[in-house]
Design a protein around this ligand. Structure first.
Ligand code: FAD
Length: 299
């Protein structure tokens, strides 16, 4: 990260929200469900799949967690009604994980059952390391209850991920593999750029060896250029894997992947709670300092 980017990252909390919003709007479909439907329809028209996400996390109150669940279920219905090629992603802490695991289990189960009724699939996002055990436990309890239309996320920066992957492939899990976005301690996470990449490829190899469905979630050329031949070596058909990217990131590379005949899914977040997600995305943007400076001075 450049020195200027580092400086702006530290200063982000001081930057007025409208400025952050101006720069971050490329990462968000909008604030309402119809906004997200419009964006997904447009992506589907370009031969891309989507996963829709209602923004929000770290809910501290049970009533709010239940309300989020009630706001999430209409997304599944909108997907069906609009014949969209999209599934959805959820965050356990927006459905109550940090308040009460039982409450979270009930909420997530209701969402996944609704998705099953509508023949759809739910990805359980992985949040910071304080939630990893509970999230995997939640996933396993739901599987035990007979639900299969869901998958988990593995973060390549986590030192524990190799052992998690070894277990998950034995269980036949559907896995999204990403680098990981939260700021974890070096005692539990790889911190070096290249060591995270190396672990990513090790994990991808384990997932492919184990025969699990994988969502290769990255915009990193180094990883994409190596993932393609790894997948080809296994002779996988198109519906045995997919690539995944975030809305507003590396659209040229996204188009190339689709042109090369792979399936690609775009993560489409929307909602009023855009700030936490947007700042995480901005921190990953190599041109962030330039965009923020421009937004401050050219208004
Ligand atoms: C579909 C999807 C779902 C995800 N789900 C999770 C999850 O559940 N839990 C989790 O911890 N993380 C999740 N992530 C985030 C992920 O962990 C990384 O933080 C993020 O994808 C950036 O890593 P990268 O592999 O693209 O590599 P990077 O090295 O960060 O990026 C590679 C290149 O992509 C470009 N780029 C990347 N990000 C941006 C940006 N924001 N703006 C502009 N250019 C950019 C840059 O050119 C950069 O050099 C998800 C990512 C994707 C794609």
């Amino acid at each position: 990260m450049s020195i200027l980017n580092k400086f702006i990252v530290n200063a982000l909390p001081l930057i007025p929200k409208p400025v952050v919003g101006q720069v971050a709007k490329r990462y968000i479909a909008g604030t309402t469900l119809p906004d997200a439907v419009r964006v997904v329809r447009d992506l589907n028209g370009k031969n891309m799949m989507a996963t829709m996400d209602l923004l929000g996390e770290d809910v501290k109150d049970g009533g709010e967690a239940n309300q989020v669940k009630s706001n999430i279920i209409p997304i599944l219905q909108a997907i069906k009604e609009n014949a969209l090629n999209s599934n959805m992603s959820i965050k356990p802490t927006q459905l109550g994980l940090k308040i009460d695991k039982e409450l979270c289990f009930r909420n997530v189960k209701e969402v996944i059952c609704e998705a099953a009724k509508l023949n759809n699939f739910v990805r359980i996002d992985m949040e910071d390391a304080t939630t990893t055990d509970d999230t995997l436990e939640l996933y396993r309890l739901l599987r035990k209850d007979g639900l299969n239309n869901m998958g988990v996320v593995i973060q390549a920066y986590m030192r524990r991920s190799e052992s998690d992957v070894r277990m998950l492939v034995k269980e036949g899990a559907n896995i999204r593999l990403c680098k990981g976005i939260y700021n974890e301690s070096p005692s539990i996470a790889y911190k070096g750029h290249q060591e995270i990449r190396d672990n990513y490829l090790r994990l991808l190899q384990l997932i492919l060896d184990g025969g699990s469905y994988v969502g290769v979630a990255t915009h990193d050329d180094f990883l994409l250029d190596r993932a393609v031949p790894m997948i080809q070596k296994f002779g996988l058909s198109k519906n045995q894997y997919e690539f995944q990217m975030l809305l507003g990131v590396r659209e040229n590379r996204r188009n190339e992947i689709v042109k090369d005949g792979h399936r690609l899914r775009v993560y489409v977040p929307y909602g009023e709670q855009w700030y936490a997600y947007s700042t995480r995305r901005l921190k990953e943007n190599p041109l962030m300092a330039w965009y923020i400076t421009k937004a401050i001075f050219v208004r």
